[in-house]
Design a protein around this ligand. Structure first.
Ligand SMILES: Nc1ncnc2c1ncn2[C@@H]1O[C@H](COP(=O)(O)OP(=O)(O)OP(=O)(O)O)[C@@H](O)[C@H]1O
Length: 513
């Protein structure tokens, strides 16, 4: 009677959850097993690996249970387990009720199944093991790609081919174009990068095994490049013979172009297929480049088959990539996909303070808070602001203080303040939540209106110099305590609610223009 419960639940969740979250966490799951549990419905959901299981359990299980219970008209109990795979790497049909204790790590092309415990890594219990995603047989997968049409291959932009200072084309067994400064030690951990960092540490602990490929996505300047360099550096530290290569997607494209012109594809293959770890940045740049995609697919397939690890970064999740062959994007998603989010205030403060110490000029916490509150876009901009403040202090022979930081960042702050008015905030927030601007001043109280209004009040306080009474006045003559309540409520929720944090980030970016 509840046969299509999971399908209906997915439809509802797709409509209610942010698209990105639904597409990343719920959509890829195989259909759930729905059965009658007497006074309740049992819904068994199989999840590809332990990492995803933990995340879905902590973030989404309550929501899924509530949604399904509403649809079923009776209580639903969700049972999560790790998807077992048979010897061919296909999901096994056997019951998965054995749970996490029975997870196995599979060798790539044999029927052998070995349990490999991964110990002492953050984020997972000490006895955790994980199922390995194994690619389908190479020939099948290769056939699935479009035939290799002789394509005109373009190289986009003039992004430095060698951002880390080592010579392009240097033997990869050296430092693999890795920037030694980008390590786990210099990467400040926080909620925003917690999952990605934990997954990356797992790769260092068990390369070629879990979460392969690892796909890390997020906006500009949030630390994706830093994180993958950190993996490469850690791996080389642990195993100096490891063949590790970091490169930006455009460098791969250039390599394909060069080898295409010289007809030296064997060299290309020899270079990439022999690696132990391939770190490739910004794979969205492969868009529309068929030949590059095919070569990358070949390298990808060869590396996974020999249990080398691949870590990719992108500005969006795999299914969100445009003009990249679906067969390739579905392979990108076959290991683990994790997001890096914009850092919250405390993390921005920690980053500033750590980087200031690294520059030999420790920064008082109140100054770090002042800068972090005013520079929110991403870590790269935060670094820019820090550099300005440190340089200003040095040249003016003054101590670092809020007054000095305000002076040093005068231009930046005035641009922000000039652009952002309360009216602008009200309009942007109303557009975003699809309510009328007039509702910002109205006395209406339904939550669909009251909440965007509170969000607009919060942004007005955070992004303009207006006082609480002034803001109250601009929101239909409300009392300043109403504004204060909204500011505290939204500010507090933002710390705990990732979805709200993301929405606020989008609004802030939109308002800053
Ligand atoms: N958590 C962090 N702790 C310390 N530094 C960080 C952190 N996140 C980012 N950074 C620093 O911010 C700068 C930008 O980071 P990075 O280049 O890794 O971003 P990205 O996400 O790869 O951006 P893009 O998509 O533009 O390439 C780098 O200098 C990096 O070291």
């Amino acid at each position: 009677m509840h046969k299509d419960l999971w399908e209906r639940g997915c439809e509802r969740l797709a409509a209610e959850m942010p698209e990105q979250q639904f597409n990343t966490w719920i959509k890829p799951l195989p259909p759930a097993d729905v059965s009658d549990g007497g006074d309740r419905v049992l819904v068994g959901l199989r999840v590809p690996n332990r990492f995803k299981l933990d995340w879905i359990r902590s973030q989404y299980s309550a929501r899924i249970e509530t949604t399904l219970s509403e649809l079923a008209g009776m209580p639903v109990r969700l049972e999560l387990s790790v998807l077992q795979r048979d010897a061919s790497g296909r999901p096994a049909t056997a019951s998965s009720s054995s749970g996490a204790g029975a997870m196995h790590l599979r060798a790539p092309s044999t029927a052998a199944v070995a349990a490999v415990p991964v110990r002492g890594l953050p984020g997972l219990p000490d006895d955790a093991t994980s199922a390995q995603d194994v690619p389908p047989e190479s020939s099948t997968a290769r056939e699935a790609l479009r035939p290799a049409a002789p394509a005109v291959i373009g190289v986009r932009g003039e992004r430095p081919a060698n951002p880390t200072g080592t010579l392009p084309g240097a033997p990869v067994a050296q430092r693999g174009r890795l920037n030694p400064a980008l390590t786990f030690d210099t990467l400040v951990p926080g909620r925003a990068n917690q999952m990605a960092r934990t997954a990356a540490l797992h790769v260092v602990g068990a390369p070629g095994q879990m979460y392969n490929p690892l796909f890390i996505y997020g906006g500009v300047g949030l630390g994706k490049t830093h994180l993958i360099h950190a993996v490469g550096n850690a791996l080389i530290r642990d195993n100096p013979d490891a063949r590790v290569l970091y490169l930006h997607a455009e460098q791969f494209i250039s390599d394909v172009v060069r080898n295409y012109q010289r007809k030296t594809f064997d060299e290309l293959k020899a270079k990439y297929h022999s690696l132990d770890l391939l770190l490739i940045d910004d794979v969205q740049f492969f868009a529309g480049k068929d030949r590059t995609q095919e070569e990358f697919f070949n390298a990808f397939e060869a590396l996974l088959a020999k249990r080398a690890h691949i870590i990719m970064t992108s500005d969006t999740y795999p299914k969100g990539l445009v003009d990249i062959d679906e067969r390739l994007t579905s392979r990108f998603d076959a290991g683990l996909t994790v997001a890096i989010e914009p850092p919250e205030l405390e993390m921005r403060v920690a980053i500033l303070m750590k980087k200031a110490i690294a520059e030999g000029s420790p920064m008082p916490e109140d100054v770090a808070f002042f800068i972090a509150k005013n520079v929110r876009a991403n870590v790269r901009e935060l670094e820019g602001a820090l550099r300005k403040v440190l340089a200003y202090a040095k040249f003016s022979h003054k101590d670092i203080s809020i007054t000095l930081a305000r002076e040093a960042l005068k231009d930046l702050l005035s641009i922000q303040n000039r652009q952002i008015s309360v009216e602008n905030i009200q309009k942007t927030v109303a557009d975003f939540y699809k309510i009328k601007v007039a509702d910002m001043y109205s006395k209406k109280r339904p939550v669909s209106i009251a909440r965007p209004r509170q969000i607009a009040m919060y942004l007005a306080k955070e992004m303009t110099q207006k006082s609480l009474p002034e803001i109250g006045e601009l929101f239909g003559g409300r009392d300043h305590t109403t504004v204060l309540h909204a500011v505290r409520k939204i500010g507090g929720e933002r710390q705990k609610n990732t979805e709200l944090n993301q929405q606020l980030h989008v609004l802030e970016q939109t308002l800053k223009g």
